[in-house]
Design a protein around this ligand. Structure first.
Ligand code: NAI
Ligand code: MG
Length: 334
């Protein structure tokens, strides 16, 4: 029987880019069943909750989800939906590849970096967030565990080995954040020893930013803690031409959620302006995760060739095509 995938159209540009992505999957010959679920503002309006229980149940049942971006309302009482999904399903590895594509407005042509971001702890663990009664002092706790650091470093090296990658760079700030980043670095060194065939490097986060901008070709796989990974992966998206091109996978033992790195882009929602590439490439990651390398390759090539041809691309890539016309151009190549 066909694999069933939970699809969350999401907010803002979400429904449009999800629709584009499902068309591309169909055209590439993927035979999935889809079960649709609400989350985000859309869910709040329909069901009175940001993440309804039935959505959680569907993610748990089907194990694989494709998710549009979600708007987290600003204000007290709303914790980020993405953070809570990652925690609920223990999606500890956030895999964010960036690969140069011809025909973009990127500054570089030779970028091929995968950032592996620890997704459940560190500065985003949410623990100990307090503001003093007089409003003068705010606190938050960063938590790094040996198990958490070990499983993310193992994940990075396993991925490097599987994909024939040459180098893993552990990014940290252990010189200042001696306890937390110090433990992460210590564990990263231990794990590195288990993979002698892969070159291991360690780098302080601020220097990493500078080096990424000066010469991204020196990077291969980056593994790092939650906050640094969030920031570095957006930086990496900028190296290849922007958020419209950067996919991400949230992977755990029991489930995986595939999404774009960008958000719901309220400024361009409902105007047929969104670039669906990031979510389509997230679907490619999903196909690879499911072992469907052939369809993944087909879609990747169709996207690459459509952007390289340049006649029918979205505005963020320097063209004037809408989401639908750009998607049609990809479908035509498939
Ligand atoms: P954003 O990523 O939605 O937008 C940043 C800028 O990039 C905007 O100018 C937008 O128009 C542009 N952009 C983003 N995706 C694009 C695409 N596919 N094609 C063309 N242009 C694109 O970030 P922002 O504005 O900070 O956040 C908006 C909302 O999204 C917030 O509520 C935030 O919480 C949420 N968000 C959700 C994420 C998720 O669900 N994974 C991730 C990041 C933000
Ligand atoms: Mg981010």
């Amino acid at each position: 029987s066909a694999t069933t995938i939970t699809v969350i159209p999401g907010d803002g540009i979400g429904p449009d880019i999800v629709d584009a992505t499902l068309k591309v999957l169909d055209k590439a010959g993927c035979q999935f069943d889809y079960e649709f679920a609400d989350a985000g503002l859309t869910a709040l309006e329909k069901h009175g909750e940001l993440v309804p229980q039935q959505t959680l149940d569907l993610i748990e049942k089907n194990k694989v989800a494709l998710k549009g971006p979600l708007t987290t309302p600003i204000g007290d009482g709303f914790t980020s939906i993405n953070v809570s999904l990652r925690k609920t399903f223990n999606l500890y590895a956030n895999v964010r590849p960036v690969l140069s594509l011809k025909g973009t407005r990127a500054r570089y042509e030779n970028v091929d970096i995968i950032t592996i971001r620890e997704n459940t702890e560190g500065m985003y663990s949410g623990a100990g967030q307090t503001v003093s009664a007089d409003g003068q002092t705010a606190e938050a706790m960063s938590i790094i565990t040996r198990d958490g650091a070990e499983r993310i470093c193992e994940f990075a090296y396993q991925l490097a080995r599987k994909e024939g990658r040459k180098k893993v760079t552990a990014v940290h700030k252990a010189n200042i954040m001696k306890s937390t980043s110090g433990l992460f670095l210590k564990v990263a060194r231990e794990v590195a020893e288990r993979y002698p065939e892969i070159e291991s490097q360690e780098m302080i986060v601020d220097a990493t930013c500078m080096k990424l901008v000066m010469d991204p070709s020196q990077f291969d796989v980056i593994v790092t803690t939650n906050l640094f990974g969030d920031i570095l992966s957006d930086l990496c998206a900028g190296l290849i031409g922007g958020l419209g091109l950067a996919p991400g996978a949230n992977i755990g033992q029991e489930a995986a959620i595939f999404e774009a790195v960008h958000g719901s882009a309220p400024d361009i929602a409902g105007q047929d302006l969104a670039n669906p590439t990031a979510l389509i490439l997230a679907a490619v990651q999903m196909l690879e995760y499911l072992g469907l390398a052939e369809q993944a390759g087909k879609i990747r090539n169709a996207v690459r060739d459509t952007i390289a041809a340049g006649e029918c691309v979205t505005r963020d890539l320097g063209g004037n095509a809408g989401t639908q016309a750009f998607t049609d151009a990809i479908l035509a190549r498939l």
